[in-house]
Design a protein around this ligand. Structure first.
Ligand code: SAM
Length: 250
């Protein structure tokens, strides 16, 4: 695998960082086996961590960590792929993994992808062996949580499992995630959202935060972009604000 720097501090792009609720990966590992799993759009490791808990030793990369999965930055030998790519790049991620001759690929995808004629005509679904549909709508705006719970949205999604060389129609299966659909609808106003750049991930050791690595081309060092989202009614919100003020010296 080779890397490249991606964005300076002033030109950080929003690459669609949403988290995969951890229960979805844990559930996947109960029904599918992977060989040397690689997460090519790892974000802040919301898929990687449950893979580790399931006994794997996954490798991981991301555009924000300097490796573009779509432009040949990556070389994988004998690795299966598991990821939740940005939905607007879904087709490109599928094509890239096929080009890399990956044996087994698991992507989170949307149910309505089947309604697009071009995907059939172009052979994008070739090799699609199974789809595990989640039996609740997952709202991927749910901030990352250790307990795996998620807000309920309005979009049917599931794990799409491709296997190189598989011929035939995909099997449709349910993945039962009912126990994790306990947070109700997502409402932006329920969260305090703070975004800032810093250079240490240790400021918020016990907080639920999003954290992206960003390569700063000018200073030639890695920075972290934090997005803190915590429910306004959470008991320790004052602690978050205190840490934030201290860190930013405001
Ligand atoms: C929807 S988030 C998912 C993050 C993580 N996979 C998860 O499930 O929690 C999409 C991720 O794709 C990354 N990304 C976007 N374009 C990419 C590319 N061309 N190559 C590699 N990663 C990319 C973004 O930086 C972001 O972290």
């Amino acid at each position: 695998m080779k890397g490249k720097s991606y964005a300076s501090r002033t030109e950080v792009k929003d690459n669609d960082l949403y988290h995969t609720p951890e229960c979805l990966t844990t559930k996947l590992c109960e029904v599918e086996k992977f060989k040397n799993p690689h997460e090519p759009a790892c974000g802040d490791l919301a898929i990687v961590d449950p893979l580790k808990r399931a006994g794997y030793n996954p490798t991981f990369t991301d555009l924000e960590r300097g490796v573009d999965f779509l432009n040949g930055d990556i070389y994988l030998k004998g690795s299966d792929i598991i990821t939740n790519p940005p939905f607007y790049l879904w087709d490109d991620f599928i094509k890239a993994s096929k080009k890399l001759k990956v044996k087994k690929t698991a992507f989170i995808g949307r149910g309505n992808y089947f309604g697009t004629y071009d995907r059939y005509a172009s052979g994008l679904f070739d090799g699609l062996k199974k789809v595990y549909y989640f039996n609740r709508y997952v709202d991927y705006r749910t901030p990352r949580r250790k307990d795996g719970l998620f807000h309920v949205g309005a979009m049917l999604t599931g794990w799409f499992i491709f296997e190189r060389g598989y011929k035939g129609d995909p099997a449709i299966k349910y993945m039962d995630v009912q126990d994790y659909a306990k947070l109700g609808m997502y409402r932006e106003e329920d969260y305090n959202i703070l975004e800032f750049l810093g250079i240490s991930s240790t400021w918020f050791p016990d907080m639920e935060i999003d954290c992206q690595f960003i390569m700063d081309k000018i200073e030639k060092e890695f920075h972290f972009k934090y997005t803190i989202k915590q429910r306004k009614d959470a008991k320790d919100i004052s602690k978050v604000l205190l840490y934030t003020r201290r860190s930013l010296k405001i």
